[in-house]
Write a new protein. Structure first.
Length: 732
């Protein structure tokens, strides 16, 4: 039987062959190609086409447009300087590349994206745009995909053998093609998690397969699981990990106690949110004979149970953090550890890792000790109960504080301890602020949910003295542990929590915005910068613009991250700082515990590269968890507003763009958009200098910070988008 020849073409020639060959060679600039490989790329194998390719290669080599590195083997001539960066997709398929080689972001038109996706690390070359002289670029290669899994709604094409997944994310500009045999039998309209498998050269859309059917769009669990899936975060533990955790011996043994400092007789208590399920830190308080106060900061000894090299440790490392969604916590550790063995519950003995300080009345540290301990918690306070003790200013436990099972004398001692530690905490906080720390006490949005997770109301969580008491002593432990290791010679590898100085351009942008509200900032030097930022944050408390200003001030700061390279913590004004106090919910704290114990035992410095890689992973997972948490709040805000469509709300204009104005409702912090197309009383244009929409005929101005009245126009749970109709301006 004779074989049929595929792709035989008549000798009309291959169209645009010169540019096609150049494109193939430039795409893989490090590779060499012969004529057969070029032909295979083009899908041709007839003699005429092969001859045409051979002649074109020879002609390009003669012109020195390509290089013949060996007989019959050709390579691209690189005469363009290439750069690398991260792609940030914008609307309509265009994007910007953030690259260390350029001060400004490099614009990439949609026809120059070349199959790169949002967040990808890409290679590109840059050139100046003729009209404005700004830098534009073209992506030449995708170095590393940011992600390969997307959440979206599947559309099954009728009478065909394929489907498309329409991604939820507006940053994903292409639908994903899925063959019908890779849909997991999802029904039309299901929300699914899809994985990218391939993006053929001539295909308009990437190819993928459905990994998981999440449910029907708009249903509560579907949307929460979709948020987790979008960021690659798990919502349950693998069976084998749960099984491993459940078999761990969590008993308190005499043999283990003998290896530790026994602090079970020291007066010890926890202060946590009233709905907390895990307690990873406790405080102890004793008055010594020399008049000093011995204060212990006791942290759950997670590393005792979480042994390196186990599947449990691998899972904890991969997660790197617990995720706090609006209706649930996705823990880093299985419940047997997070809520039981490692939770410092009242009236239970626990293994702990402690930082113990002897302090005087001026909160000066006279002695310190770090090491493994065993403790016993005498009482559990909710923040509200500890606050009631502080506000009572006496050592008599207020009636609203329900500490059962303790004698009157013990209750008095507990109250004494809280009152004294509150005074010491205030001294430490004052010292911190004087040294240039910035006081970010941002209001947290919380929801009252019914048993079906429907939002019944919105409330705001604020930080009071009891919260600040805990915060100061946790900061003390984190700082002193970091300092203890960081000052050792020779230098020892450690996991630091660092925070760089703010970017001047971001501070300038903050100044432009807050000046609209009548505030002034002074950026002359570090001292004046922190002082004016603190004054600003204090001045806006209780004002309509508080949430907006708090958010913008935080955004003007650099991002805190984990690293082995210590540069200090700008926001806290600490030269040394680590995370040590929350190992139940943060993997870097577990690493800090392990390293500290290793050095207390006289160990040599750990491998820096290994820990730097772990730090990068932890920082990345923290960022994803934060995005998921924000998305869950946004989702619940939209659900809340669905039930208030007939109501008018007073809000503050929190953003202005050329496509509309963003409004944040004062009473519940829900933010939505008024499209410029819906502002029908005039033709409005965006004035960038004024941060305003200005009416061309009536001259009406809607400016950042103005109070307006809005009504819900549309709620989209799937896209997490809220649209308002503008009723009018609030006139004062």
């Amino acid at each position: 039987m004779t074989r049929k020849k595929k792709g035989k073409s008549k000798s009309k020639g291959i169209p645009n062959l010169t540019n096609t060959i150049l494109s193939i060679l430039k795409k893989d600039r490090t590779q060499t190609y012969n004529y057969k490989q070029i032909a295979a790329k083009l899908g041709v194998n007839d003699a005429s086409s092969r001859n045409q390719i051979i002649k074109t290669l020879a002609k390009l080599a003669t012109k020195q447009e390509i290089l013949q590195v060996d007989r019959g083997k050709f390579k691209a001539v690189v005469n363009t300087e290439y750069h690398t960066g991260i792609l940030d997709m914008a609307a309509k398929g265009s994007g910007y590349i953030i690259s260390k080689d350029f001060d400004d972001d490099v614009f990439i038109a949609s026809n120059n994206i070349n199959k790169a996706l949002h967040g990808d690390e890409v290679e590109f070359y840059a050139y100046k745009r003729r009209k404005r002289g700004k830098i534009e670029g073209e992506i030449t290669n995708v170095i590393k995909r940011a992600k390969s899994e997307y959440v979206g709604v599947i559309q099954i094409q009728k009478n065909s053998n394929y489907a498309f997944v329409i991604p939820d994310s507006n940053k994903m500009y292409k639908d994903i093609f899925v063959p019908i045999n890779k849909t997991l039998k999802a029904e039309d309209g299901d929300k699914v998690l899809v994985s990218l498998e391939d993006w053929p050269e001539k295909a308009d859309s990437p190819y993928g397969k459905v990994l998981k059917i999440l449910g029907k769009p708009g249903e509560h669990n579907t949307e929460i699981h979709a948020i987790l899936a979008e960021y690659g975060l798990p919502h349950e533990f693998p069976h084998e990990v749960e099984d491993f955790a459940n078999k761990i011996d969590t008993s308190i043994t005499k043999e283990e106690i003998a290896k530790r400092r026994d602090m079970r007789k020291d007066l010890t208590f926890t202060i946590d949110p009233k709905d907390a399920k895990d307690f990873d830190d406790a405080l102890s308080f004793e008055v010594l004979d020399n008049g000093l106060y011995e204060i212990g900061i006791h942290i759950a000894d997670v590393s005792h149970y979480l042994q390196e090299g186990t599947i449990l440790d691998d899972e904890a490392y991969e997660r790197a953090t617990s995720v706090y969604l609006v209706d649930r916590v996705v823990p880093m550790l299985p419940e047997v550890l997070s809520n039981n063995a490692c939770s410092l519950r009242p009236h239970e003995e626990k293994y702990t890792f402690s930082a113990v300080f002897q302090m005087n009345d001026k909160a000066e540290i006279k002695n310190q000790w770090f090491g493994r301990t065993v403790t016993y918690s005498d009482a559990r306070y909710a923040y509200e109960e500890a606050q009631a003790v502080i506000e009572s200013k006496t050592n008599i436990i207020p009636a609203e504080v329900s500490l059962t099972g303790k004698t009157y004398e013990t209750n008095q001692k507990l109250a004494d301890a809280i009152l004294k530690m509150d005074k010491l905490a205030k001294i430490m906080r004052h010292k911190r602020m004087r040294n240039g720390a910035i006081s970010f006490d941002k209001v947290e949005v919380k929801f009252n949910l019914d048993e079906d997770n429907n939002p019944e109301g919105v409330y705001f969580k604020t930080s009071k003295d009891a919260n600040k008491l805990i915060e100061e002593f946790m900061l003390l432990a984190n700082r002193k542990v970091s300092e203890f290791v960081g000052k050792q010679t020779p230098k020892k590898t450690f996991v630091y929590r660092v925070h760089d100085e703010p970017d001047e351009s971001k501070l300038g942008a903050l100044q432009n915005v807050v000046s609209r509200f009548g505030y002034k900032l002074n950026f002359k030097d570090r001292k004046s910068t922190t002082a004016s930022l603190n004054n600003l944050l204090q001045d806006v408390v209780g004002k309509k613009e508080q949430n907006l200003v708090d958010t913008l001030a935080i955004r003007s700061m650099s991002k805190a991250e984990y690293t082995t390279h210590n540069i200090g913590h700008y926001g806290l004004a600490f030269s040394y700082y680590s995370h040590f106090t929350s190992p139940i919910r943060r993997y870097p704290d577990v690493m800090a515990h392990r390293l500290l114990q290793h050095y207390l035992d006289g160990g040599k410095s750990a491998n820096e590269d290994t820990y730097e890689e772990k730090c990068n992973h932890s920082s990345n997972m923290e960022m994803l968890a934060t995005k998921a948490e924000r998305d869950s709040i946004k989702y619940m805000q939209i659900r809340f507003m669905e039930d208030h469509k007939d109501q008018e709300f007073v809000g503050v204009i929190s953003g202005v763009t050329d496509w509309g104005i963003y409004v944040e409702i004062i009473s519940n912090k829900c933010e939505g958009m008024v499209s410029v197309r819906d502002m029908k009383d005039d033709h409005y244009a965006f004035d960038q200098d004024l941060y305003a929409m200005v009416g061309r005929s009536n001259g009406k101005v809607y400016q950042l910070g103005d109070e307006v009245v809005v009504k819900v126009k549309n709620t989209d749970l799937v896209k997490k988008h809220l649209d308002f109709n503008l009723i009018g301006k609030v006139e004062h």
